[in-house]
Design a binder for this molecule. Structure first.
Ligand code: MD3
Ligand code: FE
Length: 220
């Protein structure tokens, strides 16, 4: 034990720990830390081809999270509804390919959470500024929704993740997520309600005043 360890408890579990929040829902602390700079550089490349944009919900609300995608399809929303598309409606071109570093991280993380041979066909990239939030929702636009897990990677500013139940009204746990944390949600947790509280003001050495989140899915 180091002599200068603080006497107060650390507010977050240490890097390298693995916690099962509920059956099939795993938090892998710091799992993406050593590839974070590579992931951020790839986000820049993806966004140079398919820029971040604020999508409009079917109800006509502009989302405060800015989004783009890479992979065989991409998640999209407008007044006509939520759906996956093969081309980026903004550019008319196919979504940028899933970088090899993304595919490897998603596969390794899924395996660490007990899901073998994970091969996502899409990565939705969310960009949060200070104050940006994501209201409570379920991810139900994927064709094969019960079989494959979702893997999510947090980069940059910290966030408080809301982890609810299978009904919107169930109480939500608050899970702090920091740079490098990975979560994998499959099996009986795949359809749980979830969201992100407004991002607090701050600065991160690699992302400035932003948070990025990668969510890998098997959409079709
Ligand atoms: C729990 N993104 O893009 S990822 C989303 O931090 C989304 O940007 C959040 O929710 C973010 O749809 C949270 C973690 C996540 C994703 C899907 C889940 C958690 C989940 C599905 C079921 C339960
Ligand atoms: Fe979601």
């Amino acid at each position: 034990m180091h002599a200068n360890l603080p006497l107060f408890a650390s507010p977050l579990p240490a890097t390298g720990t693995r916690e099962e929040l509920a059956p099939g829902a795993w938090v892998l602390r710091g799992f993406a830390l050593d590839v974070a700079e590579t992931l951020l550089a790839e986000i820049e490349r993806v966004a140079a081809a398919s820029p971040f944009r604020h999508l409009v919900t079917p109800g006509g609300q502009k989302m405060s999270v800015a989004m783009t995608n890479c992979g065989e399809v991409g998640w999209f929303s407008d007044r006509r509804g939520y759906r996956y598309t093969e081309t980026d409606p903004l550019t008319g071109k196919p979504w940028p390919a899933l970088p090899a570093s993304f595919a490897k991280l998603a596969r390794d993380a899924a395996r660490a959470a007990g899901f073998d041979d994970y091969a996502p066909d899409v990565c939705l990239i969310n960009r949060y500024e200070v104050g940006t939030r994501l209201t409570l929702h379920q991810d139900h636009d994927e064709r094969d929704r019960r079989a494959a897990p979702i893997v999510s990677v947090s980069l940059g500013l910290p966030a408080t993740f809301l982890f609810g139940g299978l009904a919107r009204k169930e109480p939500q746990r608050r899970i702090p997520l920091v740079h490098g944390d990975v979560v994998a949600w499959g099996g009986p947790s795949r359809m749980r309600y979830h969201g992100v509280l407004p991002i607090k003001d701050g600065e991160h050495a690699l992302t400035g005043s932003r948070r990025y989140n990668l969510t890998f899915r098997v959409a079709r």
